[in-house]
Design a binder for this molecule. Structure first.
Ligand code: A2P
Length: 274
């Protein structure tokens, strides 16, 4: 299994996790169980993915005790607001079939509805009640982070953002780091792009005798960001976790990240995902 990174609240997060989007309940149950048996200890889902029951089943049916798993879920857009966050969390917990969630994130800021500060206050309450170990956000910009911290005094432990070599998020990663917020990467393999067929990535992979996916995941790990690659395929899952026995040089790191930059997913200030 992967080494861990310590969060600003003292909890630890494995350096690589399993993403579960898109997977339905059935696929998630077997993918999660298999991943845990392969050595994954960080599992990422969201209410919006519609697979929390499957993810919970995968955890429950694996041979690893629940306490050894770090489980992330996220608050969906139309549940933002103080009371509705508390209610939505209770529903997620019920679907997951767990006593507590390790990491609960606000999925998107949705600045137009102006509820993320109230949602954040509810997340703080859930953490104080012990139902959630760590709280964080997803798709937040530096301005959104400033706002919740100014209004509540509580820093998120994590900001999960789109991040891969075609959208390396150098500035946002620095803004997170400056505050002591750990950056997690969604679409770490650059979903929908040709990243895994990129000639530069492929050449570096051949140099090290590894696959392009391993090069990209190693690039994340060396930058200190936590990738959560999605796969249901046991061989790919194993491959994606096996990136701790080679090292990229500084020049390789630079070559991987140094290319035209473009988002695959939504802009945090514009994206409306409920
Ligand atoms: P699959 O689920 O069929 O294994 P991201 O996490 O960036 O969204 O990327 C996920 C995509 O990358 C999925 O389509 C997944 O396919 C694919 N993928 C995951 N791991 C690997 C790998 N090691 N090699 C090639 N493709 C991979």
């Amino acid at each position: 299994s992967a080494p861990t990174i310590t969060l600003n609240d003292g909890h630890e997060l494995p350096a690589i996790g399993l993403g579960t989007y898109p997977m339905d309940d059935r696929e998630a149950a077997s993918a999660v169980r298999g991943a845990i048996e392969t050595g994954y200890r960080l599992i990422d889902t969201a209410a919006k993915y519609g697979n929390e029951a499957g993810v919970g089943e995968g955890i429950a049916t694996s041979e690893v005790p629940r306490e050894e798993i770090v489980l992330t879920t996220k608050l969906r857009g139309y549940d933002q607001g103080y009371e509705s966050t508390l209610r939505a969390f209770a529903e997620s917990r019920e679907r997951l079939g767990v006593e507590y969630v390790d990491l609960f994130l606000i999925h998107w800021p949705l600045p137009r509805i102006e509820k993320y500060v109230d949602s954040w206050r509810a997340m703080i309450m859930l953490r104080d009640d012990g139902l959630v170990r760590s709280i964080g956000v997803s798709n937040f910009t530096a301005d959104h982070l400033d706002r919740i911290v100014t209004e509540t005094g509580v820093e998120p432990a994590v900001n999960q953002i789109e991040l891969h070599p075609y959208f390396a998020q150098t500035a946002m990663r620095a803004a997170d780091a400056e505050r002591g917020v750990v950056t997690q990467a969604w679409s770490p393999l650059g979903r929908k792009t040709d990243l895994l067929a990129d000639p530069t990535v492929d050449a570096i992979a051949q140099q090290h005798g590894v696959t392009p996916a391993q090069v990209v995941l190693r690039w994340h790990v060396q930058r200190g960001t936590i990738p959560i690659p999605k796969s249901s395929d046991p061989q790919r899952q194993a491959q994606n976790l096996d990136v701790f026995s080679f090292r990229l040089s500084e020049s390789e790191m630079a070559q991987i990240g140094d290319r035209p930059q473009a988002r695959v997913g939504g802009d945090p200030d514009e994206h409306e995902e409920f």
